[in-house]
Ligand binder design. Structure first.
Ligand SMILES: NC(=O)c1ccc[n+]([C@@H]2O[C@H](COP(=O)([O-])OP(=O)(O)OC[C@H]3O[C@@H](n4cnc5c(N)ncnc54)[C@H](O)[C@@H]3O)[C@@H](O)[C@H]2O)c1
Length: 256
């Protein structure tokens, strides 16, 4: 992956896959704008990396996202790649999950994507060049028990990104919507602290490196949907062809 002199803007860059993407792109010669609400995470991401700049921001704040994007283009240059990775993932039964938490999930996981797309995409389309990557999830394709509020945000991410792609195809910008299964990152701790679906025990988390490799492959092949991990493609097809059978299995595994 040669990214010499190019500019990448990454949300959720203070941890997990956003952080790893920042390190990889910086190693490939990019100037990286690392956006995150966690200043501690950003300090870890930028430590010892002269070509990664920290931009603390809450992606739910529309004006703040606009301001940061403007600063990034002024300070680093026009943006060549956007990676939307910021998210939270508390789980639980929908009627037990605090209402405020369900709204917060949508504001960050989906609203953040809306804000970032509005701030960054017009510039890339104008220049007829760039990569726009959204992190959805297998849960943005296949709903399961105890994950409903998070999954709803990821269905929204999948839908928004798919329509965004089709409304702007053939204009020089490559779009990828990545739908990983469980990935070994700090995000999983939020499920451990709230509600852990038994389904996750049968499917050990995959490595974040594999997800980022799969994104590069999808970009190269011009594939919009990126489905990393063994069995993801089968799950994607099963959900569409046999949703009843999938639900039957989910109920059996969770035991209710
Ligand atoms: N880890 C998994 O199992 C998994 C599976 C499928 C999809 N995903 C998706 O991949 C993406 C990256 O997840 P990860 O596993 O690296 O998570 P992570 O928890 O390691 O990183 C997420 C980052 O988002 C930041 N963030 C949260 N709220 C924010 C806000 N309001 N403004 C700005 N930043 C904010 C956090 O501070 C954190 O640094 C997410 O969109 C996630 O939903 C993760």
């Amino acid at each position: 992956m040669a990214f010499n002199g190019k500019v990448a803007l990454i949300t959720g860059a203070g941890s997990g896959m956003g952080q790893l993407a920042a390190w990889r792109l910086a190693a490939a010669g990019a100037r990286v704008a690392a956006l995150d609400v966690s200043e501690k995470g950003l300090a870890q991401t930028t430590a010892g990396k002269s070509n990664i700049e920290a931009y603390p921001v809450d992606v739910t704040r529309t004006e703040a996202v606009d301001e940061v994007t403007l600063r990034v283009t002024q300070e680093l240059g026009p943006i060549d790649r956007v990676i939307n990775a910021a998210a939270i993932m508390p789980f639980g039964r929908l009627l037990d999950q605090p209402t405020e938490q369900i709204h917060r999930l949508m504001a960050i996981n989906y609203g953040g994507l809306v804000n970032v797309s509005k701030a960054t995409l017009p510039g890339m389309l104008e220049r007829g060049h760039g990569d726009f990557i959204s992190f959805s999830s297998m849960l943005g394709q296949m709903p399961t028990l105890l994950t409903g509020a998070y999954a709803a945000t990821k269905f929204a991410v999948s839908c928004y990104t798919e329509v965004l792609y089709h409304e702007n195809r053939d204009r020089g910008v490559r779009f990828v919507c990545v739908c990983p299964p469980a990935v070994k990152t700090p995000l999983l701790q939020q499920a451990i602290e709230t509600s852990w679906p038994k389904l996750l025990d049968g499917n050990p988390p995959i490595a974040p490196e594999d997800v980022l490799d799969a994104i590069e492959t999808s970009l190269e092949r011009g594939e919009f949907w990126c489905l990393p991990g063994k069995g993801s493609r089968l799950g994607y097809v099963m959900r569409r062809l046999m949703p009843g059978a999938v639900w039957k299995q989910v109920h059996k595994v969770e035991g209710f």
